[in-house]
Design a protein. Structure first.
Lengths: 431, 395
């Protein structure tokens, strides 16, 4: 009695443990696999299917498989996979008909490009200077390794310097201090004088040769390096030009807008193959007679043209997502079109479109396989070409599964990175 | 009271700072540059064509093509014209695209719904499917499927027979029996059209009646009855003619019946599997975009599961699903051009042979582009019309 009237703090009863079948592994199984009759039947059927498929695969790919053999004949009749063909053809699949004793060069080129891409994925590297250094060095090393020697035409270099310094002179006019402005002007004038003299014929054409290894022409390139170059540089060049197309499509000037819309819709409306066929048969017709243009370069041009239109649409999405106030504020600050675009609009618009851009890159990494139709030896082509060897004929499954695994590694890791980045970049706006 | 504003004195702006004049200046510069580039390319092309003695114009379309096409929907022989060969190619492209769109939509929807299943195993299995097919090039799948069909299946003499020796599966394709042409087939087609028209009329009437009296009518059952029943009735009245052309082995290959060729099968299966992975993700995100309250509200109104899905959930999910689905349909159509890599005679393959034979690359590339642009724009127009129809009606 007295205990009941005493209004002391009630000692909380220890919470009862949940029923055994609702917690732990058993509970998880019950909740996720056997929550209802239909669910249970589905689970049983699926387990049967997985066991059947798994035992078949285990049998074919491991238990009955041949892992080393002199030729394909040893694999016939075993009823299992012939993984020996991968070992025998590994170097051809990865490097194509690149000179055999020089295979380390495409290997290091692949490693360089991978390093370049992985470094660019790090957000600490995301400023113009660092990216320019990474891509500049990476590009020089890659092509040095692939070609073996590079002849740099001085005229081209000075033309690039002229354009860059002219742009810097104009656009940094209002922001740079005196010394910076003087440097830009001086470089512009010097390179301009050189170019004028060159055009007038006073100075001879001159190129700086860098000869490190034996020269290998693009016709002998093959394998993974070709796929990576086509995808990476295709997108790298398509990026600025896609941005220009997107800006043109959003422009107030009717003629420029019409031109950009027409171009984008034309390219997006036709398959990549038709552009590749066009590049391979029509590009030689477009140029003055006598100029021959490298087959690899033709494919690269087609990929760039194609990728630009798709990138333009993605960037347009970013531009449209930008609130109107940003444009108006930039105008109110007295910025001109170029300043408004480069300082206010693009930095915000591009941040939004990075994840879809990576998805586009995945798409193009896969789509570069189409270049085999016009006779470029990309990774898929070298893989299927490995089947032609009479010693190893008749094992398409093994080769294609191996190639699929390589493509999968690349694309899957990129798609995971894109997902992670989407999560990271939205941290500021998510609640 | 509005006070008449005194007109502001027009600011004096130097012509090079006037935005309108500037705008026109830049436009003229860009258009001038594009025109100059085009003129340069065209003049080079004309000069090159003359030098290489290549004819121009579309006159070659009327000439005899002289090449075989393995898989045709309309009668065709090498004696026919290039125009007919290209038309056969276009029909083949359309056939594989339309079938691919239908199959990929069905499979993709199933996988997408499976991804949301409460069953953990089914969920993960569908996820594996999506990741596996999305992350490997379509061309590789095509090669793999085609090679497996042509190497794993036996030759015609050892063909796998099924259904009392009427269906044969070999590395030459799947041979099926077809009914011989008969007069009644035309009438059955008419009956089918009548059935479709009747279904449409029933649906209108049923909707009007439900709006007026509240009484529902089993439109779907009645419609299915009309569409399937009427042709069947015509067939039974005419005495049920049932003569099949059955494939049989003759020499090294089959004769009679119809054949689904391995190239076509590989292309269709590849396109369907690859695209269904993308469609599955679209369907999943469309369903996930629905608020949970929508289904709860529908159930609390007393709708059945089917009614809730059909009347409340699906119309809202479709709004999210249709625009990305349109681009997947366009992708199927454009990706069907990969046919050339495994030897299915689609438009691009026919054009490629034509280019090699006539050397007239420019005209042929123009034909490809015109054909694909027409198909792409038609699909876009149709899907945009559909999208407007199902879009949220805002006032």
């Amino acid at each position: 009695m007295s205990q009941a009237t005493e209004a002391g703090p009630a000692t909380p009863r220890p919470a009862a443990l949940p029923p055994v079948v609702d917690a732990g592994a058993l509970g998880w199984i019950r909740k996720n696999l056997f929550s209802s009759w239909g669910n249970a039947i589905t689970t049983v059927l699926l387990i049967a299917f997985i066991v059947w498929l798994g035992s078949f695969l285990l049998n074919w790919a491991v238990l009955k498989a041949t892992f080393s053999a002199e030729s394909g004949k040893e694999c016939v009749g075993t009823g299992g996979a012939c993984w020996a063909i991968i070992g025998a053809k590994l170097r051809y699949i990865f490097f194509g008909s690149f000179p055999y004793d020089q295979h380390w060069r495409p290997l290091f080129a692949i490693v360089t490009m991978l390093g370049m891409l992985v470094l660019s994925c790090d957000r600490r590297m995301w400023n113009a200077g660092r990216l320019a250094i990474i891509w500049g060095i990476g590009t020089v090393i890659t092509f040095m390794l692939m070609f073996g020697q590079i002849h740099i035409p001085v005229t081209l270099v000075s033309a690039i310097i002229f354009v860059a310094s002219l742009a810097a002179t104009l656009f940094r006019r209002t922001v740079a201090d005196n010394t910076e402005r003087t440097v830009y002007t001086a470089v512009t004038v010097l390179s301009g004088i050189y170019l004028i003299l060159r055009v007038l014929g006073v100075l001879p054409s001159y190129s700086v040769p860098i000869v490190l290894f034996s020269y290998v022409e693009t016709g002998s390139w093959g394998g993974l390096a070709v796929t990576m170059i086509l995808a990476t540089y295709g997108l790298a060049f398509a990026f600025p030009y896609g941005i220009l197309l997107a800006l043109g499509r959003r422009s107030n000037l009717p003629l420029i807008r019409g031109l950009c819309i027409g171009f984008i819709e034309l390219i997006r409306g036709v398959p990549l193959i038709s552009l590749l066929i066009m590049a391979s048969v029509m590009l030689p017709l477009f140029l003055p007679s006598g100029t021959s243009i490298d087959k690899f370069l033709r494919a690269q041009v087609a990929v760039i043209l194609f990728a630009g239109a798709y990138i333009a649409e993605i960037v347009r999405g970013g531009l449209q997502a930008l609130p109107k106030g940003q444009f108006e504020a930039a105008d109110a600050m007295g910025l001109n079109y170029v300043q408004r675009t480069t300082l206010i609009v693009l930095p915000q618009a591009l941040r939004v479109v990075i994840p879809p851009l990576i998805n586009t890159f995945i798409g193009f990494f896969k789509d570069t396989s189409l270049v085999l139709i016009i006779g470029i030896f990309d990774f898929l082509k070298t893989a299927s070409q490995a089947l032609v060897d009479p010693l190893w004929t008749g094992f398409p499954g093994e080769i294609y599964l191996f190639a699929a695994a390589v493509y999968f590694c690349f694309c899957f890791s990129m798609s995971r990175y894109s997902k992670y980045l989407e999560h990271e970049l939205n941290k500021g706006t998510r609640r | 009271m509005a006070i008449a504003q005194p007109a502001l004195p027009k600011a004096k702006v130097a012509p090079w700072n006037d935005p309108i004049i500037r705008g026109w200046f830049f436009q003229i510069v860009v258009i001038g540059a594009v025109t100059a580039l085009t003129w340069y390319l065209v003049s080079n092309t004309i000069e090159n064509l003359e030098r290489q003695r290549i004819a121009t114009g579309f006159a070659y379309l009327g000439r005899e093509s002289g090449f075989e096409i393995g898989d045709t929907m309309i009668p065709y022989s090498p004696a026919d014209t290039y125009a007919r060969a290209l038309f056969v190619g276009i029909l083949n492209t359309l056939r594989v695209s339309v079938l691919g769109i239908v199959l990929a939509t069905i499979l993709g929807t199933l996988i997408g719904v499976g991804r949301l299943s409460p069953n953990w195993l089914l969920n993960k299995l569908c996820e594996c499917y999506v990741e596996l097919f999305r992350n490997v090039p379509l061309l590789l799948w095509l090669f793999l499927i085609y090679k497996v069909i042509s190497e794993a299946f036996p030759g015609p003499r050892q063909a796998i027979a099924a259904l009392w020796d009427t269906v044969f599966l070999s590395n030459r394709g799947l041979y099926l029996p077809v009914p011989f042409a008969h007069d009644v087939h035309g009438w059955m087609g008419v009956a089918l059209l009548v059935g479709i028209a009747a279904t449409w009329a029933i649906r209108r009437w049923a909707k009007a009646r439900q709006a007026a009296t509240g009484q529902p009518f089993p439109t779907i059952k009645a419609g299915l009855g009309a569409i399937i029943g009427l042709p069947l009735l015509v067939w039974l009245i005419s005495g049920a003619p049932l003569d099949f052309s059955v494939p049989h082995l003759k020499g090294f290959n089959f004769e009679g019946g119809t054949v689904i060729q391995p190239e076509f099968t590989a292309l269709l299966v590849g396109l369907t599997l690859y695209t269904s992975a993308f469609i599955a993700e679209i369907v999943r995100s469309g369903i996930l975009a629905l608020h949970k309250g929508q289904s709860e509200a529908a159930y609390s109104l007393g709708l059945t599961r089917g009614q809730a899905t059909r009347l409340v959930l699906l119309p809202q999910a479709l709004r999210v699903i249709v625009p990305p689905m349109t681009s997947q349909y366009l992708n199927i159509t454009k990706n069907s051009s990969l046919a050339i890599a495994i030897g299915y005679p689609d438009l691009v393959a026919a054009v490629n042979v034509t280019i090699n034979q006539t050397g007239q690359a420019v005209e042929n590339v123009l034909i490809i582009m015109a054909a694909y642009l027409t198909v792409s724009l038609s699909i876009s127009l149709f899907m945009n019309w559909y999208n407007r129809r199902i879009a949220l009606k805002e006032r």
